[in-house]
Design a protein around this ligand. Structure first.
Ligand SMILES: Cc1cc2nc3c(=O)[nH]c(=O)nc-3n(C[C@H](O)[C@H](O)[C@H](O)COP(=O)(O)OP(=O)(O)OC[C@H]3O[C@@H](n4cnc5c(N)ncnc54)[C@H](O)[C@@H]3O)c2cc1C
Length: 416
């Protein structure tokens, strides 16, 4: 079946990144069609931890991170797992990941992260305004909680990168922590508090609401699987199970699946599906007022609209391996340790693929040798909060406006 040409810009993928690209393109007066095989906002954008922080400026790879990796891999409840058989495929990515954590690399990466996370809260408020769902994004602090008081300090590499970006933060005692979050276990002896940020109480719902806004503003949101992109004289043809759509420009925002869709065009990008899990405790019996990071367990817990959600872990198993929900069930014991009064009887399990490059930065911008095809993918652990600024930059590029920031750190060419 062939379909009449769609003018303007096609955005492949209606996760939170594609949705924010769509909204910003519409604000620029561009005609927009989003196409996703699923309902909007249901990929990684559905199940994340909901942290929206202008202060997320610490990359995943830091100097010395390699020392922790063997311990994490050997612990069945640890934060990192590699599926047997996948190690040879994951190894080149892992080596690039370690290289990205060198002291001479992390400041530049951190600055590039700050440029995308900085406006996150303001831009979500802007996008949600007038939808009637403004309360989906709440003011919040981020509490990094520690069982050993001496571990909570601001003098390490992460603290220095945060200080560089003027993060409003301080160390507090266990007593102060429980005044803020009475539900937390007394085992936590100290915390780092990061103020002035926000949290999503239903990340997937934000995607749905903003996709409805796209339609209300005249954009199209189609449901179909994209199979192939082909350049032509006047733009691009996007072949999908809805037929062939044509557009003058295309934005690739298919999250962890983006590199696979681009490979036939000759692009080889080190994009991994860094699979994460969550467990929602449906009738939790406790409430958290902020986003809580258990620093030992490397997971984040937050009160959401459907219950208390613990989310995290990094599993390397490729794009197509079935979920291993034991990784989600780990959160039952870990979260009970964090919140002793938690009711753990009714839970919901979920797995999603973070689209991760080894240097914690996404690809944004026109792809090399592929005029009119723009990247907006690879936001790893930070895609919820980086999506609105990514949308703005992509809309500038597509509409021919010079973006007000240096795009060099996000170029696809950095991997060649
Ligand atoms: C456990 C966990 C916790 C996280 N916590 C946070 C957090 O607290 N804060 C934060 O900022 N980020 C967090 N993240 C990261 C964040 O969720 C992701 O970076 C973000 O959702 C990526 O958005 P996306 O739109 O690029 O990808 P997705 O949401 O995965 O969207 C990609 C879309 O492309 C579609 N698609 C793929 N292939 C095709 C095709 N061939 N045809 C049509 N459609 C296609 C998919 O159906 C999907 O809807 C977390 C992630 C995980 C897994």
């Amino acid at each position: 079946m062939s379909q009449a040409g769609a003018a303007g810009t096609i955005v492949v993928g209606a996760g939170i990144v594609g949705i924010c690209c769509g909204l910003s393109l519409l604000e620029k007066g561009e005609a927009v069609t989003l196409i996703d095989r699923d309902a909007p906002g249901q990929g990684a954008s559905y199940g994340n931890a909901g942290v929206i922080s202008p202060w997320s400026t610490v990359p995943q790879s830091l100097p010395g991170v390699w020392k922790s990796i063997p311990k994490w891999l050997l612990d069945p409840e640890g934060p990192v797992a590699v599926r047997p058989g996948y190690l040879p495929k994951a190894l080149p990515w892992a080596l690039r990941f370690l290289r990205a954590g060198r002291p001479d690399k992390i400041t530049g990466i951190s600055d590039a992260m700050a440029a995308l996370t900085g406006p996150s809260v303001d831009l979500y408020r802007h996008h949600l305004r007038g939808t009637g769902h403004e309360s989906l994004v709440r003011d919040s602090w981020y509490l990094h909680v520690y069982r050993r008081a001496e571990d909570a300090h601001l003098g390490d590499a992460a603290g220095r990168l945060r200080a560089r970006h003027h993060t409003p933060m301080e160390v507090i005692s266990g007593h102060q922590l429980r005044d803020i979050e009475p539900a937390l276990s007394p085992d936590f002896k100290a915390a780092i508090v990061i103020r002035d940020q926000a949290r999503a109480i239903a990340p997937g719902r934000i995607g749905q609401v903003l996709a409805e806004k796209i339609q209300a503003l005249g954009g199209q949101v189609l449901r179909g699987t994209v199979h192939q992109l082909t350049p032509g004289d006047n733009g691009w043809t996007v072949d999908s199970d809805l037929g062939s759509l044509t557009a003058s420009k295309v934005v690739m925002a298919a999250g962890a699946w983006s590199a696979r869709l681009l490979a036939p065009l000759g692009l080889r990008l080190p994009l991994e599906a860094e699979r994460g899990y969550h467990l929602v405790f449906k009738n939790p019996g406790v409430v958290l007022n902020n986003s809580i990071m258990d620093v030992d367990g490397k997971f984040v817990t937050s009160s959401m609209d459907t219950g208390v959600r613990s989310a995290g872990t990094a599993e390397f198993a490729g794009l197509d391996a079935p979920p291993d929900y034991r990784r989600a069930r780990i959160f039952k014991r870990l979260t009970k340790r964090m919140l002793p009064d938690l009711n753990t009887e009714e839970v919901e399990e979920w797995m999603g693929a973070r689209p991760s490059f080894p240097d914690s930065l996404p690809c944004i911008g026109e792809l090399p040798g592929l005029s009119g095809l723009f990247a907006a993918f690879g936001h790893s652990h930070y895609g919820l909060m980086m999506a609105p600024a990514t949308g703005r930059v992509v809309a500038d590029l597509v509409s021919g406006t010079r973006p007000n920031m240096d795009l060099a750190p996000y170029r696809a060419e950095r991997f060649s």
